[in-house]
Design a protein around this ligand. Structure first.
Ligand SMILES: [Cu+2]
Length: 153
């Protein structure tokens, strides 16, 4: 093998490796529709409390998560027809086929919690629950609660 051929081969291998890496990075947060975890068609997630339209006279309060026909498992655990809760606060639903963001508007309950104490500024807020799978990606079909509006005084 000549030195120039060896150089060419190694350059082409590097290039292939770079392309593969780019492909992996590009797909890291986007999951193919077929790869999404399935959820039972009759799965229901709901906010047990507060009720829609509730006026709450304290900034810190407990939100109850309700779930029927589906199981709760910690994040990272792939289990059929199960997932963990995400509480969406003052935001719309995120992309259905991507990892749910983690910030003050998207709270993950990856330990499998079924309730949470949250603290909000006084004012009008919206709350909504969204189930996510072991990778924090919504199920197919998405299991999402009604969006409720509350007032914190
Ligand atoms: Cu999550």
């Amino acid at each position: 093998m000549t030195a120039s051929l060896r150089k060419l081969l190694s350059a082409s291998w590097l290039c292939t490796a770079a392309i593969s890496l780019a492909a992996v990075l590009a797909t890291a947060t986007t999951v193919q529709a077929d790869d999404r975890s399935s959820a039972p068609a009759d799965a229901v997630v709901y906010i047990g409390w507060p009720n829609d339209g509730e006026v709450i006279n304290r900034r810190k309060f407990r939100v109850w998560f309700g779930l029927r026909n589906m199981g709760v498992v910690p994040a990272g655990t792939a289990f059929r027809d199960a997932g963990h809760h995400h509480l969406l606060i003052d935001t719309d639903l995120p992309e259905a086929d991507e990892e749910i963001p983690a910030d003050k508007h998207h709270r993950h309950f990856g330990a499998g919690q079924t309730e949470a104490v949250i603290e909000l500024e006084p004012g009008v807020h919206t709350l909504q629950l969204l189930m996510g799978d072991h990778n924090h990606v919504p199920h197919n079909p998405p299991v999402v609660s009604k969006k409720i509006t509350i007032t914190v005084k």
